[in-house]
Design a protein around this ligand. Structure first.
Ligand code: ASP
Length: 444
């Protein structure tokens, strides 16, 4: 029998009705052996996530303020789920412990992690699965970084003896024995870690949408869903702003070659999006779409350096990047010409050190001119189909020209997997709509 690791997001476990759906999904496939839950999320749009309620309680506790009323609301959410499912467990002991720990200022991360911990207890009871506390199997090192090797060893050994288990998402234990969480949305990462340790055949990430869409639906009306996408394409797109999956969640499963399937708890009949290492085997999808998706982000700056005969100067690029490194600035792209080099960085990273940065760059490189242009939006057009297709770039640029949009920067990686276009912040939305429209119905 194969192994599937299923991760359920906060909205999939927001109340007892959602728990019922989750149970039906898990029981529909005996391979769904390891389950990673988030804390209960929003039941309706103005609702508050348990994680946010816990942060709020902790902030009060830290200032010595009373948080009983707020904590009572958290207890009620869990007790309603327990009662709604007809379970006989009580979390009263845990609630008391958490309140004491909050008063003792056990840490904001500890407080937040209890959302997943308590939800995991309920889910394990409801499914009849073993509960494995993430604090026993997921580790961070002394620098606060996720300790992959140690975790994989301990967790895989532990799972070998457990047929079916619930492992709460979002947290683990740090080198000094305190609870530490990943960044927000981090249960996705836990799911990926468990999938790798279990040597799973598939990592299913159950959420409230049926996978990725080709473009942001707030910008493009009814964008096409993405059936299959490669890890690398997703990196190009998710890093540019898509929000369905935590971007760190790709790495553990990618290295193990485990595909991720994004699924919708409210529409389990939908196939969702498959994230795979390569599209071979998904031929139909490959032939039908030249581009997989369009995504982007506003507020970048382009630092443009010009120097005659730059191409003959050994070490020019290194000197530029060294200055950036000294200022602790990471860069996104490096488009270059024969006598020019541009460095694209986020506006916010250079906002407070612009003059100093320019002065250091002049000193280090003796460039003829250095300009910084801010307020640039970057748009990534990604697609494995591009490689075998002529005219993709022409199509993008012609459509933008026809829409009277000025292109400020172009960068195409040699992998031919994606094209990055820089436009003014104000042209961002229109550019995405224009490119999307250019490719609609365009088949290879
Ligand atoms: N509950 C945490 C959050 O709201 C983690 C997660 O849901 O993945 O960010």
């Amino acid at each position: 029998m194969g192994i599937k690791v299923t991760k359920f997001g906060g909205s999939s476990l927001a109340d007892e009705k959602q728990f019922e759906k989750v149970k039906a999904i898990i029981e529909a496939d005996p391979e769904r052996r390891y389950v990673v839950p988030s804390a209960p999320g929003k039941r309706f749009s103005d609702d508050i996530k348990i994680t946010d309620m816990l942060y709020a309680c902790y902030d009060k506790a830290k200032h010595g303020e009373d948080f009983e009323a707020e904590f009572a609301l958290i207890e009620k959410r869990y007790n309603d789920i327990i009662a709604g499912l007809g379970l006989s467990i009580s979390l009263d002991k845990e609630f008391e412990e958490i309140k004491i720990a909050m008063k003792a200022r056990m840490g904001r991360m500890y407080a937040a992690s209890r959302g997943e911990y308590l939800n995991g207890k309920i889910l394990a009871e409801y499914l009849g699965y073993e509960f494995i506390d993430a604090a026993e199997v997921i580790f961070f090192d002394e620098n606060g970084k996720y300790a992959a090797e140690h975790t994989e060893y301990i967790l895989s050994e532990r799972l070998k003896n457990v047929e079916r288990a619930v492992i709460p998402g979002f947290y683990g234990i740090s080198a000094n024995d305190t609870i530490k969480t990943f960044s927000r949305g981090g249960s996705d990462i836990t799911g990926a870690i468990v999938a790798k340790a279990a040597n799973a055949d598939l990592y299913e990430n159950w959420t409230d949408v049926s996978g990725f869409l080709c473009a942001d639906p707030r910008i493009v009306k009814n964008p096409r869903p993405i059936g299959v996408i490669t890890y690398r394409e997703l990196r190009e797109l998710s890093y540019m702003g898509a929000t369905v999956l935590h971007e760190e969640a790709i790495f553990p499963v990618k290295s193990a070659g485990i595909p991720i399937n994004i699924r919708n708890t409210n529409r389990p009949e939908d196939a969702g999006t498959m994230i795979v290492a390569s599209v071979s085997g998904h031929i139909e999808e490959e032939n039908s779409n030249v581009i997989t998706g369009i995504a982007g982000k506003k507020n970048f700056s382009v630092i443009c350096l010009e120097k005659d005969r730059m191409n003959e100067e050994v070490g020019f690029g290194r000197r530029v990047l060294e200055v950036l490194e000294r200022h602790k600035i990471c860069f996104e792209h490096l488009p270059s010409g024969i006598d020019t080099m541009s460095v694209v960085v986020e506006d916010k990273l250079i906002m407070d050190c612009k003059d100093e940065l320019i002065a250091d760059l002049y000193e280090e490189t003796q460039a003829d001119s250095i300009d910084i242009e801010s307020g640039i939006a970057l748009i990534a057009v990604a697609g494995h189909g591009m490689k075998n297709m002529k005219g993709t770039a022409a199509k993008i640029f012609t459509s933008l020209a026809a829409a009277n949009i000025n292109i400020r920067m172009i960068d195409q990686g040699s992998s031919e997997l994606n094209i990055i276009i820089g436009v003014n912040n104000d042209d961002f939305e229109e550019s995405i709509r224009t490119i999307y429209a250019a490719f609609e119905g365009w088949n290879a």
